[in-house]
Design a protein around this ligand. Structure first.
Ligand code: ADP
Length: 468
């Protein structure tokens, strides 16, 4: 029952509206019908009154004839003289009840006017009354009242009202049925959607709704399907993410356990060998630290909780600082690290620390995955943008793997970055940071030729002034 509340509410509203319309219509039709009938009866009574008046004025008509005619016509007649005395009476209406003869009306009749009104007798019966003047040689000699009961008319009105009421009840029942069908038709999809969302909430993310209608209900069903698909994707990537994290943590921990064991049991032969193991332990601990820091950064970014300290950043100074930081490692590897700048320096609106993290990450990757040749870092200022390029002549990335390198934990040749000390999270963090600051990152690469990362920031007008 609780589930059908919408259908009930809807049904109730439709029926209430229908009832109001039906009652209003019924009353109006009834009133129109009654007033039409009343008017017609009153006119007939008046015509009858005129007829009796003509008879009364004729010398050939006797009082008896008028009485017989009145009985035949089912009306009562009263002939009243100027003193308000009844000089002729016929019909069922009691001659002693003369309340319908009002002096004001008599005055009007004797002044030559006709009067028409409805009179309610002492027994509650209503009458159409028509009073007319009787002339003798152009002078009003008496007033003739014709009274006909409304009883018959009311009976026939009642008889006509019954089919009206019956058809009203029929229409009401029909409306009730139709309303029920409409309410079911509208509420059923809602109930189905409610059940589906409950299933989705309970974890059954494969649940989908099969509703093809192009109305609001159809688009609501589509939205639920999209939501379920998103949740499913989210759950799958989260599972994959957790599996990756545990895998990433397990490897350094295994190294740490193994080499500390070797050191504890003094399984080395020379001091040199011992130092080598200590260095491995140190490297693995460092890798763990980076991993935890990267994970923390990613989590914050994905929750939208990262606070960027946006300010005017001098990209030339910043890039050169980062290049200097990476210089030592590139010299160690015998690489030629070059910096070059074109255009007029302009500041951009960005977070300096995060920008440094982006450039350093790209540069460290370039050094890490390049064995010989050179690394070029360049900044190009145009009137509308700032373009940063980090290009190396290293091992490159196969074309079919390029679309995935910004994904978390994605590595070209799984052992590659472990061997070089990466966490597999660097580029996904870089991409997120670039996008958070309104920039775009693209990559092009050729195996054994090198890789080129391009970051473009469209300049905001406010930064242009700051830098110039
Ligand atoms: P990692 O910390 O393991 O380097 P990244 O997310 O920074 O992780 O990079 C993802 C993968 O992309 C790396 O494992 C590496 O295989 C590849 N890659 C990144 N930069 C370069 C580059 N400059 N040259 C060749 N391969 C690269």
């Amino acid at each position: 029952m609780k589930n059908n509340r919408i259908a009930l509410k809807l049904g109730f509203i439709i029926i209430a509206v229908f009832l109001i319309v039906l009652v209003f219509l019924g009353l109006t039709i009834g009133r129109l019908f009654t007033s039409f009938y009343f008017d017609r009866m009153q006119t007939e009574n008046e015509e009858l009154g005129s007829h009796f008046a003509v008879m009364a004025q004729s010398d050939s008509t006797s009082g008896e004839m008028m009485k017989t005619f009145a009985e035949f016509s089912n009306v009562s007649i009263f002939n009243v003289n100027a003193k308000s005395e009844v000089i002729l009476h016929s019909g069922t209406h009691d001659s002693s009840d003369r309340n319908m003869i009002r002096s004001a009306d008599l005055d009007r009749i004797f002044a030559g006017e006709k009067v028409n009104y409805i009179y309610t007798g002492p027994s509650g019966i209503r009458y159409f009354v028509s009073g007319q003047p009787i002339y003798e040689q152009d002078a009003v000699t008496s007033a003739l009242y014709v009274m006909s009961s409304t009883e018959k008319m009311e009976q026939s009105l009642l008889a006509a009202r019954n089919p009206l009421i019956l058809s009203g009840i029929g229409a009401f029942l029909l409306a009730l049925g139709i309303t029920w069908i409409i309410a079911q038709y509208l509420s059923r999809p809602l109930l189905i959607m409610q059940q589906a969302t409950r299933k989705i909430a309970a974890g059954d993310l494969e649940t989908r709704l099969d509703m093809k209608s192009k109305d609001e209900l159809g688009s609501l069903a589509q939205a639920i399907n999209d939501l379920a698909a998103d949740l499913q994707r989210y759950r799958d990537t989260r599972q994959e993410f957790l599996a990756n994290i545990s895998h990433e943590l397990r490897t350094p921990i295994t190294y740490l356990e193994g080499y500390t064991q070797v050191l504890r049991q003094e399984l080395y032969e020379t001091a040199e060998e011992k130092n080598k193991y200590l260095e491995i332990i140190h490297d693995e601990a460092l890798r763990l630290r980076h991993l935890v820091e990267d994970l923390f950064d990613l989590a914050k970014m994905e929750e939208g909780k990262i606070n960027l300290q946006l300010d005017g950043v001098n990209m030339s100074d910043l890039t050169q600082q980062v290049v200097r930081k990476a210089e030592l490692k590139s010299i160690e590897k015998g690489l030629n690290l070059k910096y070059n700048e074109t255009g007029t320096m302009r500041q951009i609106h960005a977070d300096k620390k995060r920008m440094e993290q982006i450039i350093l990450n790209l540069l460290e990757n370039a050094v890490r995955y390049t064995e010989k040749g050179e690394i070029n870092v360049s900044l190009t200022y145009t009137s509308s943008a700032v373009l940063l390029v980090v290009e190396d002549s290293g091992m490159g990335i196969p074309e079919d793997e390029l679309p995935y390198i910004f994904e978390r934990f994605y590595r070209v040749e799984k052992s590659r970055s472990r061997q070089y000390g990466g966490t597999g999270l660097g580029l996904s963090i870089v991409k997120k940071l670039v996008e958070l600051q309104g920039g775009q990152i693209t990559v092009t690469s050729q195996v054994n030729q090198g890789t080129r990362f391009e970051i473009q920031f469209i300049r905001q007008p406010s930064c242009q002034e700051a830098g110039e």
